[in-house]
Design a protein around this ligand. Structure first.
Ligand code: ZN
Length: 199
């Protein structure tokens, strides 16, 4: 405990960040106070505005300051292909790495009954409504290749088929530039099982 109750409050508040424990929070607080007063104030302002003004897009559930985000509102994106991802970070990764020009749906999680995450929490009602609109022809299941991500993809595939839409899954395999002997067994088995014919 320090002699400043405000400092204690600051340290406690910083602990809400992922991976930040008491020691790190203390270091951050001291650093801001000693060396970054100006940027600390800027951080406080931006943080407050972001917390108050950023909500979720009513179409795709991604973070957005407007009711419909820029991607969903864009007329240049293909409305026939919808890519489902677990998080905004995954969406950003796909946007940066691929030339995907379709639209997205962000689950903000994955099916995980133990954590209380079911179809409702993932907005699957909204997704079903979207599929029922009839525009989507392909649903790309870009959830992570974890046990829960796979289970989520399985559930979403059923949802797509029920709506008469083709579900597709991201391929999992050997990393580019990798060597087979160093690839983990699960990945290698999966890559081997989903081998493709060579043109
Ligand atoms: Zn959107």
């Amino acid at each position: 405990m320090s002699s400043s109750p405000l400092l204690n409050d600051l340290i406690e508040a910083l602990r809400c960040l992922p991976g930040v424990g008491g020691k790190s929070a203390q270091r951050m607080a001291f650093h801001l106070l000693e060396r970054e007063r100006e940027r600390g104030l800027k951080l406080a302002t931006v943080l407050q505005q972001a917390m108050q003004k950023i909500g979720h897009c009513t179409r795709c559930r991604n973070f957005s300051e407007t009711p419909v985000c820029a991607v969903c509102a864009s007329s240049s994106r293909d409305r026939h292909v919808l890519c489902v991802v677990e998080s905004p970070t995954d969406l950003a990764a796909i946007e940066q790495a691929t030339g995907f020009r379709g639209q997205y749906f962000v689950l903000m999680g994955r099916l995980s009954p133990l954590d209380g995450l079911g179809p409702e929490e993932l907005g699957l009602g909204l997704l079903s409504e979207r599929l029922a609109e009839g525009e989507v022809e392909e649903l790309i299941l870009a959830t992570n290749p974890t046990v829960e991500g796979e289970a989520t993809a399985h559930y979403l595939a059923q949802l797509a088929r029920a709506a008469g839409i083709k579900p597709t899954r991201l391929a999992h395999g050997v990393p580019l530039g990798g060597e087979l002997e160093y690839v983990d067994r699960g990945t290698l088995a999966h890559a081997f099982g989903s081998r493709q014919s060579v043109d």
